[in-house]
Design a protein around this ligand. Structure first.
Ligand SMILES: [Zn+2]
Length: 146
């Protein structure tokens, strides 16, 4: 690949890009996984669990998939206590970078703004979500990635 010295390159992959550019939105991370708040949330409490390595669903084993679902379950339990949603949407991004998005949902949360203007009003800035989820984990004595 041709590179120009002194120029910082931003990853094209949205997950790698997010990890590199938004360390302020990381809730927890270990040597295999990273858990962070989405910088463009669909709703309050929208978090993403991803592999630290840039791998797709096709590149990982069943143990990894099982671990990711177990971590997601713990995350949903914390989000349920933190936000009291009516339910969740789980979205598996299978490639180019395996990730599970978790989005709290409330009855009637599709407002006229999102229907007619293609945008959403999010009451909670992403950095506030990081702090809120971390404090909820502390309060519950939960470590999400262990
Ligand atoms: Zn990536």
């Amino acid at each position: 690949m041709f590179r120009i010295a002194g120029v910082e390159y931003i990853p094209v992959c949205p997950i790698c890009r997010h990890i590199k550019l938004r360390p302020d939105l990381i809730i927890e991370q270990n040597n295999k996984y990273i858990l962070f708040v989405c910088e463009r949330p669909y709703n309050n409490g929208h978090i993403i669990l991803a592999l630290r390595e840039h791998k797709s669903l096709y590149d990982v084993d069943y143990i990894t998939l099982k671990e990711m679902l177990q971590i997601s379950k713990k995350c949903l339990e914390v989000l349920a206590k933190a936000y009291s949603p009516h339910g969740f949407n789980l979205d598996i991004v299978h490639e180019p970078h395996l990730a599970i998005q978790m989005v709290p949902r409330w009855n009637g949360d599709a407002s006229f703004v999102s229907v007619f203007h293609g945008t959403r009003v999010i009451a909670e800035p992403p950095q506030m979500t990081v702090n809120y989820i971390r404090s909820m984990c502390d309060q519950l004595g939960v470590k999400l990635l262990s």
